[in-house]
Design a binder for this molecule. Structure first.
Ligand SMILES: [Zn+2]
Length: 322
C-alpha cells in the first residue's frame, strides 16, 4: 500500500483529505541572510507566525499542506515539523531545486565541470526521499523542479533528469515551477521522455496563462495543471484565472486541476515596505483566499461541490496514491 511521507511520519493517501498542493511556510531567496539588515526572528517567533497563518485553513476543512520549497529556498524542516505539531495539519515537504536564476546552482554547476551531476542530484534526492533530510530523519514527500521563463537551461534539464530517476524509483509526485506557465508542455515532455508517469506530474503555475489552447497542450499529455497562484495578481489577474479554470471545468477536466495559492507566512530578509501600486495586487494572497473568495465565485458560475471536491481532495489522493 502506498504511503505518503509527511514531516511527522507516513500517512495513507486516503488520510490526505482536502489538500493545498503548493504553498510555502516561508519564502527566502538565497542570499537573504547575508543582508546585514535582515530581520533576525527567533525560531519560536517564526514558528508562531507560521502556525497562526497556516492554522487558518483548518476552518475550511484543510487537512494537508504541501510546502513546495526546494532545497535552495531556505526550506526549513524543523519549522515544518513544529508547525505540523502546533496546527495538527499534515505537512509534506519537498526535495528538489529551484530554477537557475533564482536558486542556488553554483555548487552543482561547479561540480558539473568534472562530475556527472545528474547522478549526484539523483543520489541527493533519493537520500532525502528514503533516508531523511539532514539530521531530522524527516523524509521528503514530493520532488520539486523548476524552469526559467521561456527556456529550460542545461542545469535545469539535469535537475529534471535526476528528479525523473528518483521519481521512478520512489513513486512520489513531481511538482514543477514554471515562470507564468511557460515551458509547461516542454517540462511534461522532458519528464515523460525520462519515463515518468504523467499521472505523477503536476505542472505548476499554469494559471499564469489564460489560453485554453495552451492549457490543452499540457493537459493533453496526461499530466495535472496547477491553478496554484490565486491571489498573486501581481503576475496575473484572478479574473482571468477564473475564466480559464471555468473553461477547463466546462470541458470536463476537473480531474486534472489542482487548486492552491503559492502563499507563505513570512518573507525572510529585510523588512520591506511594499510599494502602493503592488499592495492591491497581493491583498488577497493568503492561505485562505480560494476558500473565502475563489470557490464561492466559481460556484456562483455553476461549478459543483463534486468538481471542487475533485480538485481539492480526489486529485491529490490520486497524485500521491497512484
Ligand atoms: Zn511556490
Amino acid at each position: 500500500m502506498t504511503k505518503v511521507n509527511t514531516v511527522l511520519g507516513t500517512i495513507t493517501p486516503e488520510q490526505l483529505g482536502t489538500t493545498l498542493m503548493h504553498e510555502h511556510m516561508v519564502l527566502a531567496y538565497p542570499g537573504w541572510d547575508v543582508d546585514a539588515l535582515c530581520e533576525n526572528l527567533e525560531f519560536s517567533e517564526l514558528a508562531k507566525i507560521c502556525a497562526d497563518a497556516l492554522g487558518e485553513v483548518k476552518q475550511y476543512g484543510v487537512k494537508t499542506v504541501v510546502d513546495a520549497s526546494p532545497n535552495d529556498m531556505w526550506r526549513n524542516i524543523e519549522l515544518d515539523r513544529v508547525v505540523a505539531e502546533k496546527t495538527g495539519l499534515n505537512i509534506i515537504c519537498a526535495t528538489g531545486m529551484y530554477y537557475e536564476a533564482e536558486g542556488m546552482p553554483a555548487y552543482f554547476k561547479f561540480r558539473s565541470q568534472s562530475m556527472d551531476i545528474v547522478t549526484e542530484l539523483y543520489e541527493s534526492f533519493m537520500h532525502e526521499l528514503t533516508v531523511g533530510i539532514g539530521k531530522t530523519g524527516v523524509k521528503a514527500g514530493v520532488i520539486k523542479v523548476a524552469t526559467s521563463h521561456g527556456s529550460i537551461t542545461p542545469y535545469e534539464e539535469k535537475v529534471i533528469k535526476a528528479a525523473a530517476r528518483a521519481q521512478k524509483e520512489t513513486g512520489v509526485p513531481i511538482l514543477t515551477h514554471t515562470q507564468q506557465g511557460t515551458m509547461g508542455p516542454e517540462q511534461a515532455a522532458l519528464l515523460m521522455g525520462e519515463g515518468v508517469d504523467p499521472k505523477k506530474i503536476v505542472v505548476g503555475h499554469m494559471c499564469g496563462n489564460a489560453s485554453l489552447e495552451y492549457q490543452m497542450s499540457v493537459i493533453d499529455k496526461g499530466v495535472y495543471v496547477g491553478f496554484d497562484r490565486w491571489g498573486l495578481e501581481f503576475f496575473f489577474p484572478d479574473n482571468l484565472r477564473r475564466a480559464t479554470v471555468l473553461g477547463l471545468l466546462g470541458l470536463g477536466f476537473a480531474d486534472r486541476i489542482i487548486l492552491s495559492q503559492d502563499s507563505n507566512a513570512r518573507w525572510l530578509g529585510r523588512a520591506s515596505v511594499i510599494p502602493d501600486f503592488i499592495q492591491p495586487l497581493i491583498a488577497n494572497w493568503t492561505y485562505t483566499h480560494i476558500f473565502k473568495d475563489i470557490i464561492p465565485q466559481l460556484k456562483q458560475a455553476g461549478v459543483t461541490e463534486t468538481q471542487v471536491n475533485q480538485m481539492l481532495v480526489e486529485n491529490p489522493k490520486r497524485i500521491f496514491g497512484g
